[in-house]
Write a protein that binds this ligand. Sequence first.
Ligand code: BDP
Length: 695
Amino acid sequence: PPGTHPAWLPPEAFRPIGSRRTLVLGDGLLTETVHDEAARACARYGGHVHRHTRNEPYDLVLALTTAEPLPGPAQTVLDEFRSTTGPPANTIGGEGYLTARRHGVTTVLADDAAGLLYGLFHVVRLGERAFTEERPPERHAPTMRRRMLDHWDNVDIHPVMGQVERGYAGGSLFWRDGAPRGDLARVRDYARLLAACAVNAISVNNVNVHATEALLLTDRLGDVAAIADVLRPYGIRVHLSVSFASPVTLGRLPSADPLDEDVRKWWADVTERVYDTIPDFGGYVVKADSEGQPGPFAYGRDHADGANLLAEALEPFGGVVHWRAFVYNHRQDWRDRSTDRARAAHDHFAPLDGRFRDNVILQVKHGPIDFQAREPVSPVIAAMPATHLAVELQVTQEYTGQQRHVCYLAPMWREVLGFRPWGPDGPAVADVAGGVSGNGGGLVGVSNVGDDPYWTGHPLAQANLYAFGRLAWAPWTDPAAILDEWIDLTFTPAATGDTEPAATRETERLRHILHTIMDDSWRTYERYTAPLGVGFMVRPGHHYGPDVDGYEYTPWGTYHFADRDGVGVDRTRATGTGFSGQYPPAWSEVYESLDRCPDDLLLFFHHVPYGHVLHSGSTVIQHIYDTHFAGAGQAVEAGRRWEEAAGLVDPSLHARVTDLLAEQIRCAGEWRDQITTYFFRKSGKPDTRGRHISR
Ligand code: BDP
């Protein structure tokens, strides 16, 4: 709740029972953080933390494998692990940890201090269970080494976008009215929150780099360094979004041409200064030649030239450039039906595969268009085997309810990460982003956090932040299991009851209510908004609420082509834009075939008559009516279920969610009415179930 902080460590771990003791062994900044966390918990619940092995019994041992000598319980666990798994699998590895409970002692071992920190949070997740049953050694290591959140935060308030572009959780954590916010305690809490789900990188400013923000690279670098200092103890490296035109706008050079010697020198010098100031600086994020941002096209160069320019400057310091593949023409001639925005990223980037330097990460939005509630997976992900690819997700709910609607996104992300672009026997998206030994581009999310007391505006949107980190670490995890973890970490029994069995019962009731509301909430949202993968029926500009034709006759390239006979975008090779041909055969054949194309994506790939029969047996028009009535009804049902949570959660949190659900119900009804009316008028086809559709 606002103004308080949750109990981070389970009381069970630190209650002074008998000889309860915690041992933290090892060196390095992050080991100090682990120690401080443990010490803080002990101060709160009792118990003692030791830094050196003594001849005493321990309940919790947190140690680096390099600590000499390892205390008995830790050595036993390490020996058992090594004897049961042969090399090379018997190493723990970077950021990984080994947990076990043997002979009444819970142990976490890691090769590096980041692993120790993540192991500590694993114990937190386990709660009491970490200290009850015996457990054999279990190794946990991240699938993706890069787990990053991009903040679309402006330093100055932007006249249209405000302090945070597409932010729905108040102001920025970092900036206010053109200056650093100065509340580093809050940034520290944020770092801790991110470490709890193992996010290890952030960028601190908007990808649309305006004049003030551009200065973070040079004159205002000290502001970035101050943030980096606070994030460092939690293992988080800072990145900056930079403008490709910086050599001109900041360096007063006549050009930003990536092949110009003066330009290369400018970036090299500036980058050296960055690393003098922030030695563990992560690197640059670049949006170029997109939606008005400058880029290499102005100089007749391509995006490999552009990305390599910055990569060259960062390389001596171990930095990376996150170069975004979100490049398209937002001033298309909408009357020319052969142009297709969905094609753009693949058209621009696939031919460049193999030309990027090793420290370039091409950051690809998960879908080919723009974070709609339903899109196919971007074909770029399968098209660039010689390039490090990161998959970009939108944690901030721009197109999924703007943190006024409940929309738990982990099921969508899990589908994306599990998608196999080459067919059932090929690697999945998670394998591509993970790369060999985790060294792929990883997962990047656009942050949904702001200075709101609940961090994310809608308290239930916190689950998306948490799930993002967990899926970047372990992409095969069941979204419902992640939700359980989040529920356990967020709603402590202490807040819900007094005696233990009663508290447990209440927690379980709350858990059931939250699952009922959240598990299917993404599909509910999909049902009452744009149908069958067609996307973009939102109000132009702010993108909240329905406006079916809002973008239909504009230069943005996002059309549904509804007329009296049918709806959808023909993206086939035979008769349409040819986008479907950008996939490997396993999927291009599926998507192109009217018979095989999944219902969910039908209108993304095909223009069909309203009477077209789906796999579900329903017609397109009837499906549109049915899903919109069903989805809006499910929003009402979510509101009803939440009423049952009164008394189970903090009253102010309950009130906040109640208000937001009222807005979701209103807005879902508006979507239902506008979409059903629109399609009824276009098609003239009545609802076979006779529900009221206004004319
Ligand atoms: C779109 C947002 C816009 C962002 C853009 C991006 O509407 O505000 O600048 O994505 O990803 O979804 O750069």
